[in-house]
Design a protein. Structure first.
Length: 329
């Protein structure tokens, strides 16, 4: 009987491999996000929120298909909600290290930070790390003050929609586009055919509108800098700036390191002592403000790991067109 059970178990495993193309095993789950102290002392708290990597609405997955983190919008919203409920959180530092990302995701995060400030009424300081360009800067201007490392690269204010025309390659290898559409503009931006001049004009209109919104966000977030829209347009042509150039252009306020941002947050909050905290999984290790802040995984049971994982969804997205606030040389 035992041998028969082993036999059928093995048969089921093989069937899973050959029929579905996937092999799944269970790994231990990760506990919900908790507060962790990474420095300082006292009852008051300064919360560090990490905004890093490519900013999209997608959940993070590793090479084996494990969801390693919820999408960045959901995580930041949750952390802001936790901060609202904690009366000891007196200030927030946004640790920003990103080239940007999709227009809507960047806009939602900026909106959530702005709404948080209205509800909680505490200072928010942005600290720009290696790169805080395009969508990273879009989010930074929602803070009350922007501090950048001396070596930060920022700017890249603008919108881009990457597109590849693969029709020539398709013709060479004998593939034919047989797209059926309700109107001649329905597949506008498709890599399966060249863009017409009319297509380009329509897409440029959309990009100009999104670019105009980017400028309005900067004008609102940094109104104390005294920009006019024409003045801002002169420096918002998509180019990147060093931290020192950004200060001269009034895009940021000062140079400093993460510890300086924490001190600026305490000063703005009118407190002398505070614990510096993060919200992170219970099993993760955070020993200071420079610690990696990833390491999320689904909660509510062990995650299923696909040992033969092919991210077809990710691959198909590369062929579509996305409007992005992104610096990607």
């Amino acid at each position: 009987m035992k041998k028969r059970h082993i036999f059928f178990s093995a048969l089921s495993l093989l069937a899973g491999i050959f029929l579905s193309g996937c092999v799944y095993v269970s790994l231990p789950g990760v506990e919900p996000r908790r507060e962790k102290t990474i420095g300082g002392a006292g009852a008051d708290k300064v919360l560090v929120i990490d905004i890093s990597g490519m900013i999209t609405g997608d959940d993070d997955k590793n090479m084996m298909g494990i969801e390693t983190a919820p999408n960045i919008t959901a995580r930041i919203k949750e952390e802001l909600n936790m901060a609202i409920e904690d009366s000891h959180v007196k200030a927030i530092v946004l640790r920003i290290n990103t080239p940007g990302g999709t227009v809507t995701t960047c806009d939602i995060i900026s909106h959530e930070i702005t709404q948080f400030k209205k509800k909680k009424n505490i200072p928010v300081i942005a600290e720009l790390m290696d790169v805080a360009a395009s969508g990273g800067y879009y989010i930074a201007v929602s803070a009350d003050k922007i501090i950048a490392h001396p070596t930060t690269v920022t700017g890249s204010i603008g919108v881009v929609a990457y597109n590849v025309n693969a029709s020539g390659l398709m013709e060479k290898i004998g593939l034919v586009d047989q797209t059926i559409k309700s109107g001649d503009k329905k597949d506008m931006g498709s890599p399966l055919r060249p863009m017409t001049e009319d297509d380009k004009r329509i897409l440029k209109t959309v990009i100009d509108g999104l670019y105009d919104r980017f400028l309005d966000v900067i004008l609102e977030g940094r109104k104390f800098a005294g920009f006019t829209k024409p003045e801002l347009k002169k420096i918002a042509d998509g180019r990147i700036y060093s931290a020192s150039q950004a200060i001269e252009l009034k895009l940021i306020d000062s140079l400093g390191y993460l510890d300086d941002a924490v001190e600026a947050a305490k000063n703005a909050a009118g407190i002398k002592e505070a614990r510096v905290i993060t919200y992170s999984p219970a099993s993760s290790y955070r020993n200071n403000v420079y610690s990696n802040m990833g390491g999320y995984a689904p909660v509510g049971g062990p995650p299923m790991v696909n040992l033969v994982y092919i991210d077809a969804d990710s691959m198909t997205k590369r062929f579509g067109m996305r409007f992005v606030y992104l610096w990607m040389p």
